[in-house]
Design a protein around this ligand. Structure first.
Ligand code: XMP
Length: 508
């Protein structure tokens, strides 16, 4: 299989580069800039150096590893990646205090394979401070903005670089540029196919597990269900699924999950009631990262205990997907970590399991496609995602049983109404968040002083960027009326209208 290797210099858009290329059916891997290129069982046909928040003049500026240039495959530098290449090749990069941020028009002044079929003048998305002042010997300028060099190339060395971000949709012809690089310059064959993925994963899982057993953390959500389906296909009843009732699940979810796998009747599922320990561990904790870490740790301890009790399992399987991995383990370490997705951030260093994460390199929409191919029910596959730490991160601030109960009721009403109005499948993820803020209201003739809740609904395909759903006002009004009338403890509701970025989908 052909692949494109993305070198991560810390840009929040890195996963998008990967997404765009997978949309062309070409496989991708992202590795941090300071990591040696591992031995892959696919052929690297090209390399992309990503953008990043640093200046090449920073004291500890991320650098270019020599082995990258020695691979002798085409290279595309994006933003920071461009500046790094230009500096490495003895061009001049000018430091700047001012950031150029937003849409910009570039003008193509030279024919290039990279800009084939792209308009002579086209809109791109810039986000940089340093810029290239002088190009190195052997390079040509392909495009410029009014004030800066936008695209350069050295066709002899097969090195290309762009100052803007082709991976974001604001760059109108970004996808064309990326596909020119991947398919025409790198000649990568579009042979990344999810059917192959299933076959190869099943084979890998069999090889890995051999005669041992596996326990899997099943949450009732898409990712862990698909992981279960895939592992079951490989090792049949050597798989035991552990469903942990954390007390932080959606309304009546614990009951629903136990009956939700009717079309996978062979799957062994064990339910563990762990409500008490989760609430106890979260008592008094308000910091989001700390909450996530605690929930991760509790989960893990439950699995360790289950390991002894239910199966002599060597492996712990999880439904971890690619964004969980990338967002939790940023190239810059904890400082740039967006949030610790529980199934990555919560795993302690010294545990006795081997971890099995067959979906680790897939994006959500790819996971869904695999689920459908495995024959898992559409209801389950198209269910809105639910974060591993559950309502623990949707009760903002300290989590108590009372607050979770209030939130569960409000959330259930919101989802019920979305379904009734046929809106559930038109939005990608919708939920209620309970805020640690009380506001004054009036009901009947009585003053009320109750919690504020926020409803959130977003549309997205990859969950890395998201737009708010434009829910009709009448609908919002109905939700507000129903929740405030029916849920004791809430007297005010607001609608979150923040896109991602700059917001994340969950509030914590
Ligand atoms: P954010 O909040 O990062 O969420 O924009 C992106 C998507 O990931 C889900 N999410 C999680 N899923 N474990 C998970 O399995 C987690 O810790 C976690 N945190 C967020 C979130 O619901 C959204 O779909």
């Amino acid at each position: 299989m052909d692949s494109i290797l993305i070198i991560d210099y810390g840009s929040q858009y890195n996963q998008l580069i990967s997404r765009r290329i997978r949309e062309m059916n070409v496989y991708t891997e992202i590795i941090p800039y300071d990591k040696k290129i591992p031995k892959f069982n696919h052929e690297i046909k090209g390399i992309i150096l990503s953008g990043g928040p640093n200046s090449v003049y920073d004291e500890y500026a991320p650098y270019l590893r020599e082995e990258i240039l020695k691979l002798n495959v085409p290279i595309l530098g994006i933003c920071y990646g461009m500046q790094l290449l230009m500096q490495e090749e003895n061009g001049v990069v000018s430091p700047s205090n001012k950031r150029e941020y937003g849409k910009s028009k570039i003008k193509i002044i030279k024919n290039s394979k990279l800009t084939e079929n792209i308009r002579e003048e086209t809109i791109v998305w810039m986000s940089h401070s340093d810029h290239v002042e002088e190009i190195p010997f052997g390079y040509d300028i392909v495009a410029k903005t009014d004030s800066s060099i936008a695209i350069v190339e050295n066709t002899t060395k097969n090195i290309y670089a762009v100052q803007f971000h082709p991976e974001v949709t604001h760059t109108e012809e970004g996808m064309k540029l990326l596909s020119n690089f991947v398919l025409n310059i790198c000649n990568a064959k579009p042979n990344w196919d999810l059917s192959d993925f299933i076959e190869k994963s099943v084979e890998n899982i069999k090889q890995m597990v051999q005669e041992d057993e596996v326990i899997l953390g099943l949450s009732g959500g898409v990712d862990s269900s698909v992981a279960a389906g895939l592992i079951y296909k490989a090792i049949k009843d050597k798989l035991t699924c552990i469903f942990v009732d954390t007390g932080l699940l959606r309304y009546q979810e614990a009951e629903e999950v136990m009956t939700g796998y009717k079309n996978m009747p062979q799957l062994k599922i064990v339910k563990i009631d762990a409500k008490e320990r989760f609430f106890k561990a979260l008592k008094g904790i308000t910091d989001p990262e700390q909450k996530r870490k605690i929930i991760g740790k509790e989960f893990f301890e439950v699995f360790e205990a289950a390991k002894q009790k239910y199966a002599n399992a060597k492996f712990l399987a999880q439904g971890t997907i690619y964004p969980d991995v990338i967002e939790s383990k940023s190239v810059h370490g904890p400082s740039a970590t967006i949030k610790s997705h529980h199934n990555v951030g919560g795993i302690p260093n010294n545990h006795s399991f081997e971890i099995l994460e067959p979906l680790k390199y897939l994006f959500k929409d790819e996971v869904r496609k695999v689920g459908i191919k495995l024959g898992i029910s559409k209801d389950l596959i198209y269910r809105h995602p639910f974060p591993g730490p559950g309502l623990g991160i949707r009760v903002i601030g300290e989590v108590t049983e009372e607050k979770v109960e209030i939130l569960q009721k409000a959330d259930a009403i919101f989802i019920e109404e979305l379904r009734k109005q046929n809106l559930y499948n038109q939005v990608s993820q919708a939920f209620v968040t309970l805020l640690p803020v009380k506001t004054v209201g009036v009901m009947g003739d009585q003053r009320t002083y109750e919690y504020l809740c926020a409803i959130r609904s977003v549309n997205t395909t990859d969950f890395m960027t998201a737009h708010i759903s434009r829910l009709p006002y009448e609908f919002l009004e109905k939700i507000s009326t129903r929740i405030i009338n029916e849920v004791k403890g809430i007297n005010r509701l607001v609608y979150d209208i923040t896109s991602k970025p700059p917001g994340t989908i969950e509030w914590e």
